[in-house]
Ligand binder design. Sequence first.
Ligand code: ZN
Length: 508
Amino acid sequence: MPKYLPVIGMEIHAELNTKTKMFCACENGYRLHDHPNTNICPICMGHPGMLPVINRQALEWTILVGLALDCEIARVTKFDRKNYFYPDLPKGYQISQYDQPLTYNGKLKVGNREIGIIRIHLEEDTGKLTHASGGTLVDLSRAGTPLIELVTGPSIESAAEAKEFCQLYQRILRYLDVSEADMEKGQMRCEANVSMQESEKFAVENNDIRPLLDHKLNPKVELKNINSFKALEKAIEYEIKRQTKALENGEKLVQETRGWDEDKQCTFTQRVKETAADYRYFPEPDLPPLNIDEELIKNLRATLPELPQAKIERFVREYQFDLENAKILASDKHLAAYAEEVLSELSEWLTSLPETEGTKEEILTKEGKKLSKLVANWLINRLFKHLNDNDTSISEAKITPENFAELLTLVYTNKVNNLTAQQILEAMFESGQAPTAIMNEQNLGQIHDSSELEVIIEEIIGKNPKAVEDFKAGKEASLKFLVGKCMSAAKGKANPQVVNRILMEKLK
Ligand SMILES: [Zn+2]
């Protein structure tokens, strides 16, 4: 066991995409406007005498997120004022939640390990500052945007696990449709607390770390202002190395906030904490404590969609996808729905063909492995390429699941070979046309008439006496060479197995 072990906890803020702001009727959408200070009102600007009103949608969505993460939901919750002075905070305090968060004590499984979640509370975002030459510009459009803050226990053990936790959380927020959770856009902000502790001299229990015997814990570093999952992983990895080295050299570490320098690929000191900040929290006098009743929780629980992990497991169980493909397909709920529809349509297509027997369900059970492999292969390896190249998403693609399934049916029944199918897919992506129409229009169907193939094969044999001789002398590679020649002569429209068979017969 290494001498020092990483102890990591996460604090993740996510903007909720509610219609209106947290405590006023302003439109919640500061990104929609080019001009600063557009969607603001006396409440979110903190004018004296203005009273906040709680956004019910934000409240319900926070409960929903809590339920998705196995949290307990508070029956009584309240808002508190977090007091500090900064120009982006018009009221001089932020309305947040202190000792009675809306949801608490949850967990999220990452691989085989369960990461404890201490709390998820609801609060409002601040405005935005832009430091320009000659002064600082204040934009209050963002002030009052509903934010949820998730805090994990210090039970994350590596940079990769921290990254995966954040990615899973992002996926859940997107499945629930409560946040776009894009890190690059600042809709999701991940901060990590990282310390290195001497092994066997500390314990992590009940979402807390405690020293064993009279040992003293090493200070932790807060990593802030990180705007991608990749940067998060790198910053934590860097900290693990930096702190380990310092401890091994007997240097003293300090509790501090560090940022990530993408150019230099290292963390740097932003602020050294000498004493804990005193925010003088006190209950928000303008908002009464809230009672959350059982009925509301029950109703919200009933609206929970199938979550990513459950979907992955079902895809493996029900459709026989392999785990890796199931994970990729379930990474986006629209993609998962598309894949599922394609599979359903594909088995429907197959029931209508003379070469397959049985009902849709029977085909899915019997041929499941083959079909899911085909679907995953064509979605992940082929369609994704077109989506990426055109910077578009599955929801915007012109290809309907029905047409996509029709293309796969052509592949499955050898009506077209792989190469031709790719040509057809490209045309489908451009025009949204059905594959059979494209195939007929562009004369891309496979040559099934063997007399037509025989003419081509005879010609190739006649033109390549050396390869024929080599094959007859036992050189297997020559056969492949001849098949290749025939295929290109047939412009890819021949079935390689058939070509192979006819060639073998002729070369006997
Ligand atoms: Zn407002």
